[in-house]
Write a protein that binds this ligand. Sequence first.
Ligand code: SF4
Length: 292
Amino acid sequence: MAILSFEDLRNKSLDENKPIYQIAQEEEAELAEITVDMVRIKVLEDLTAMKSAVKNGLKSTEKGISGWCGDDCDKLKKHYREQPSLFGKVFEKITAYALATAEENLRMGRIVACPTAGSCGIVPSVIIAVAEEKNIPETKQIDALLTAGTIGLIVSNKVQLAGAVAGCQAECGVASAMAAGALVEMLGGETEEILQAAALAMKNILGLTCDPVCGLVEVPCIKRNAFLAVHAVTAAELALCGIKSKIPIDEVADVLKRTGELMSPVLKETSTGGLARTKTALELEKVLFKKD
Ligand code: SF4
């Protein structure tokens, strides 16, 4: 995409009176030398794959290599059946769908990296749960996914979206910003509100480390997807009522990059610090790798 900053995106959207998704699909069509309709068909394929991942994840309790994770979604579903969530059906679905997708990733099932495999549950859970509960048509869901993709793409122009480069703020954090923007789009928000939602989500996860226990994308990754999906909803709600990030989104993304550079390598997917070096994690490692 030729647009490298959120400021450029905002200006183009205002100057041409086009929503973000329209700019995204036109840019992508030009770049890939295909029609806008073909772009939307490709996005629909991603959306369909995301829905399949949720569906498969909701049915399975199969654990991953470690045997630690894989049945949390099932536990949550059972809990909601007995005791509905304080926050209602949308919250129930968002948290369950986020876990379902992240657990599918654990099982090597088919997921859509959005923006990464470790953070694959955040964007789908928000889009799919809200679409189901608010009867939002498929075409609006495609608009939302295009909006999410644009946010992720612009951040990725500034910093590589990988825990090994900038910590989990660049994976689950950016996914949450993408989901926040997508949600605002689905709920009828304008470009400014979408960018504010993304800024608020991103700003409030700066510094999030990547410290997977035993180097597996399980702990803390899976449950983190549920937390950061809900985080996206908070950002969207704030933005939709006119609350703004005092720090503009481009500057927030720049800080994310700088924070990643300042972050010690032990907190960037090396599993040599943070949660991965706790007493419990070391014990788990001993058992898993049968170390003396
Ligand atoms: S903790 Fe690391 S491996 Fe896990 S989701 Fe976050 S960035 Fe990915």
